[in-house]
Design a protein around this ligand. Structure first.
Ligand SMILES: Cc1cc2nc3c(=O)[nH]c(=O)nc-3n(C[C@H](O)[C@H](O)[C@H](O)COP(=O)(O)O)c2cc1C
Length: 217
């Protein structure tokens, strides 16, 4: 039986995090059910220069991810379709990543608003006690943002801020390496194997070609 991961892309800046996460899941042989919020169409357009259209999702996703998604690995559900598979707990999925997560999506999921399929699917996965990873992207944050993140944590979600570490690739890390670091942490939280970043080895300076300093004696 097909058991995909639901990936919800909401309207926060950081669409490269979504692309890297989806690509990482597909590279690991996982199936993906994709939900793109209405606001995320704006961020995709803004950040990639490309439209994302329900009626042409396969072409638009292929262009966005830079890979052919016509082979059945990805199922796309319009965000307004509240009768879609992921809106029910009986629809088989492994869990969900909301990446990037807008403050609005965090709030909606935290209070059970279910204003669209993305929020409903996240609530369903939380109530079914499946892995849910939420990747908020906003700075600075208000008290209410923090309260919603705490509520998500208490409901069982992994709150994984879009906050890349530099230890994998060093201070000269490229934007793509920093994006891959966050996507790799999402896959770690979902338990999906990947090679998106160099793991900490216990050696200071391992990311540099210029020698390694031992972290501990
Ligand atoms: C270009 C653009 C960038 C945005 N960036 C962010 C952001 O980084 N974080 C955030 O929380 N909201 C951001 N927003 C605002 C959200 O899109 C807005 O709150 C929207 O209602 C979120 O809806 P959604 O959660 O259904 O996707 C941005 C909006 C636009 C148009």
């Amino acid at each position: 039986m097909r058991r995909p991961w639901v990936v919800g892309v909401s309207g926060a800046s950081g669409t490269p995090y979504a692309a890297a996460t989806i690509n990482g899941l597909l590279d690991a042989g996982e199936a993906v059910d994709l939900v793109v919020s209405r606001a995320a169409r704006l961020t995709i357009l803004d950040e990639t220069g490309r439209a994302f259209r329900d009626g042409h999702w396969q072409d638009d996703l292929t262009a966005w991810l830079g890979r052919n998604v016509g082979d059945g690995d990805v199922t796309y559900w319009p965000a307004g379709d509240l009768a879609a598979g992921p809106s029910s707990g009986s629809y088989p999925v492994k869990g969900m990543a909301v990446v990037p997560a807008s403050t609005a999506a965090c709030a909606g999921i935290a209070i059970g608003l279910s204003k669209d399929l993305l929020q409903r699917a996240a609530e369903v996965n939380l109530k079914e006690r499946r892995p849910v990873v939420v990747v908020p992207r906003e700075t600075p944050v208000t008290r209410s943002h923090l309260e919603h993140l705490l509520a998500l944590h208490d409901a069982g979600a992994v709150v994984l801020p879009a906050s890349p570490g530099f230890y994998g690739a060093g201070a000269g890390a490229s934007a793509q390496q920093l994006v891959d670091f966050v996507a790799g942490k999402v896959l770690d939280a979902l338990g999906v194997p990947h090679s998106l970043f160099r793991r900490w080895s216990g050696e200071l300076g391992a990311a540099h070609e210029s020698g390694v300093v031992r972290a501990r004696p």
